[in-house]
Design a binder for this molecule. Structure first.
Ligand code: GLC
Length: 722
């Protein structure tokens, strides 16, 4: 439709029909023909009326349902305005790839795009128009259960990977039935909740907000994301969905975003619970004034928006502007001409879990795994045949992560299946040993596990936290391995040192004791459908681990918050880190540094960083600095290395990080091969937010280094001249 036709459609709509376009219901309420839909106060809503006027639904299952929903609505809507169908496709629809935190450890934007492209195809066939993805909240506290959903503690990675996902998902033309729109979330600073508790208050300076929490959302909008979702949390005292500074001033005026803003699930109604709205009607007013277009479920808009307009408390122009943004999005998706978009049952059958998609998922699982320790245990020799597979996750199928689609566990390749596929004549001695839930104390299974370990040539000790221990509403105050897992580990490690510990978890955990006792540790995160195949290939060396931590791993939960890009303070702790230093910024009972630092990870080969050079010593603001890092594979196996470039601005008008990642590049090297990895530094990368929260760069000395956080090497200086 043309813009003029859209305007004519808008003018033909009643106020109730306009409001309906700003209402999103749960598809389940209609799929099962449930006629009971509750409002924010629990009152029943007339389902037929909602079905006639509503603008969008979320959470449906497949192409068949998608078409049924569209048919049901269009039959009831006299204006024949098609529904928007939205779904959380975070890391795969039916073929599940690793959780975003794991993908962050791949340090491979192209791999993120490849996975997103695969998910796009499956989602379009399922009938999805909009995915609530990417989530790019900067997360620096693993107590927060949703750290699994973001790529990194570093906004540069979140922005680059988020933008790569948006481009791969939206393609060039949203009217192409194979492309779907992205809704970036959760705007803003949701990951900075007090005490690591989900939904909790966030209070950060505007300087910190702009420097650490906003850039990744902006990168995704710059990549073309057509929707954005305000976060549940209060930000500096005002919940995001009613936060005019965030939504009107920054998002609409400063950034010029003209897409759709959709609230999070009942976030509008929750303004009452936050205590900034007296009732649902007041909440609807506040959210609409702040520029929230669609009210996700619970329907505060449905119940009160028309009334607010009639009372003159909200102008109809404001409502019209929101409705036009929704109609334009539907038009961009081509829904007026093709309401089904890409829904196609035949395509579903062809695409879901197809070999090509499984290969992508398996490769992603291999590239996002992080080898944390290896005292010559891994890779296992192929001649090893008698293997003890011990631990609560030894035969687990739920290795996909909180936001995998319901039923994903039915398709997971388990660890035994993966090992047997690689080593058909392997003899597996499988013992669960113990549970992994809070409160599990039963250790009766440990003796049998120990016996299996005694008999075996090698032991795979599979530990972690259950899939539902991370994700939304899943914050933890402790980050230990739940249940008697360490008791099991101690017993097994005593009888067989040829043991590799393998971890499945959705957040950095405290592994301090395991790191002291296990000779090898491989972090798998939640690797998705191809878990077993990827793990077997990694353990026996068909794949060489190349993941690097995209979030540091603490020695203790007491170290949080512990951003890698910390400032020096006036009393930095002098080395060594393993004991306190009086009157310095340290702990009496714990080192400062994480157990494993941001950017850390091992390989089955070795990489030698030979030199770092710059093409000049001084640049002006309109010039570029070329930095070349020479890295060599000095080991016996081919492998991939992530070359990281860190910046330090030793003197500035505000304190600056001692190490700030400003670029990264993954390179493949054959044994003995060396490569020059070239980076370009521009003035924009030297900028920061000054005391008045304005973005500036300041002339003076800068230092560039490579290596990884807390282990910088080959540092060179250069000058930015006025
Ligand atoms: C949830 C999440 C959000 C998700 C939405 C729809 O509460 O916060 O990330 O997209 O609801 O499921």
């Amino acid at each position: 439709m043309t813009e003029q036709a859209l305007k004519e459609l808008l003018d033909s709509m009643t106020l109730e029909e306009k409001v309906g376009q700003l209402v999103q219901c749960n598809a389940g309420q209609f799929i099962a023909n449930q006629l009971e839909i509750t409002g924010p106060g629990g009152e029943l809503l007339p389902a037929e009326e909602l079905c006639r006027v509503m603008g969008s639904v979320l959470t449906f299952e497949d192409a068949k349902q998608a078409k049924a929903l569209q048919d049901m609505h269009l039959a009831a809507d006299p204006k024949k305005i098609p529904l928007l169908l939205m779904l959380d496709v975070i890391h795969g629809l039916r073929t599940t790839y690793p959780i975003p935190l794991a993908m962050g450890c791949s340090f491979d934007d192209d791999l993120v795009a490849e996975c997103a492209d695969m998910a796009r195809k499956e989602s379009a066939a399922c009938g999805v128009h909009v995915t609530f993805n990417p989530m790019v909240d900067t997360a620096r506290d693993a107590r927060w259960g949703r750290i699994l959903e973001t790529n990194s503690e570093e906004p540069l990675i979140n922005g680059r990977m988020g933008a790569a996902l948006v481009k791969a998902t939206q393609g060039r033309d949203l009217s192409d039935p194979e492309n779907i729109a992205c809704c970036v979330k959760h705007f803003a600073a949701y990951g900075a909740g007090e005490a690591g508790r989900d939904y909790n208050a966030v209070d950060v300076s505007e300087r910190m907000l702009r420097e650490t929490y906003l850039p990744a959302y902006k990168a995704c909008l710059d990549a073309g994301a057509r929707l954005i979702m305000p976060s549940f949390n209060a930000l500096n005292g005002i919940p995001s969905v009613a936060n005019k500074t965030l939504m009107n001033r920054i998002l609409r005026e400063e950034w010029g975003f003209d897409g759709v803003v959709i609230s999070d699930y009942d976030a509008v109604g929750e303004l009452v619970t936050h205590g900034v709205a007296a009732d649902a009607k007041d909440a609807a007013r506040l959210a609409m004034e702040a520029g929230c277009d669609i009210d996700m479920v619970k329907n505060a808009y449905y119940l009160h928006l028309a009334e607010l307009v009639r009372e003159g408390k909200i102008s109809e122009e404001t409502v019209d502007a929101a409705v036009m943004r929704v109609l334009r999005l539907k038009n961009e998706l081509g829904l007026f001409e093709n309401p089904y978009h890409g829904a196609d049952e035949k395509a579903e059958e062809e695409l879901y879990l197809c070999p090509a998609h499984r290969e992508i998922a398996r490769r992603a699982a291999e590239e996002s795994a992080v080898l944390l320790k290896n005292e010559c245990i891994l890779p296992f020799r192929k001649s090893i045949k008698k293997i003890a597979l011990i631990g609560p996750f030894a035969e687990e199928t739920r290795l996909n992560g909180f936001w995998s689609r319901p039923g994903a566990e039915k398709y997971t390749v388990t660890i035994p299946e993966g090992i047997r596929a690689l080593l058909p004549d392997a003899e597996l001695l499988i013992q669960k040993g113990c549970g992994a839930e809070f409160g599990d104390t039963d250790t009766e299974g440990i003796p049998a596990a120990v016996r299996a370990a005694e008999e075996a040539e090698a032991v795979i000790l599979v530990l972690g936290e259950p899939e539902n221990y991370s994700g939304e509403g899943r914050s933890r105050a402790e980050l230990n391995l739940p249940g008697p897992q360490m008791e099991l580990a101690r017993a097994v490690l005593q009888v067989n040192r040829n043991t590799a510990a393998v971890l499945f978890n959705g957040r950095p955990l405290v592994l301090t004791e395991l790191a002291e006792s296990a000779p090898a540790i491989l972090e798998m995160w939640y690797p998705g459908t191809e878990a077993g195949n990827a793990l077997a290939r990694l353990l026996w060396g068909d794949a060489n681990p190349c993941g690097r931590l995209s979030a540091g791993m603490p020695r203790s939960v007491g170290q949080y918050p512990m951003p890698y890009n910390r400032t020096n303070t006036g009393r930095p702790k002098p080395p060594p880190d393993d004991r306190p230093a009086p009157f310095s910024s340290c702990y009496l009972d714990m080192p400062n540094l994480p157990l494993y630092s941001f950017g850390y990870g091992l390989s089955y080969t070795d990489f030698q960083y030979e030199r770092l050079t710059t093409d000049r010593k001084t640049i002006h603001k309109n010039e570029e600095l070329k930095v070349t890092v020479t890295v060599r594979n000095t080991g016996k196996r081919a492998g991939k290395e992530t070359v990281q470039l860190y910046l330090q601005d030793p003197v500035a008008s505000v304190v600056r990080p001692i190490q700030q990642l400003i670029d990264y590049r993954k390179v493949f090297l054959e044994p003995g091969e060396s490569k020059n990895v070239c980076f370009t530094i521009r003035e924009q990368q030297l900028r920061f937010f000054d005391f008045t929260a304005h973005e500036v760069s300041e002339a003076g000395e800068f230092r560039v280094s490579t290596g990884y956080a807390d282990h910088l090497i080959l540092t060179e200086s250069f000058i930015l001249a006025d």
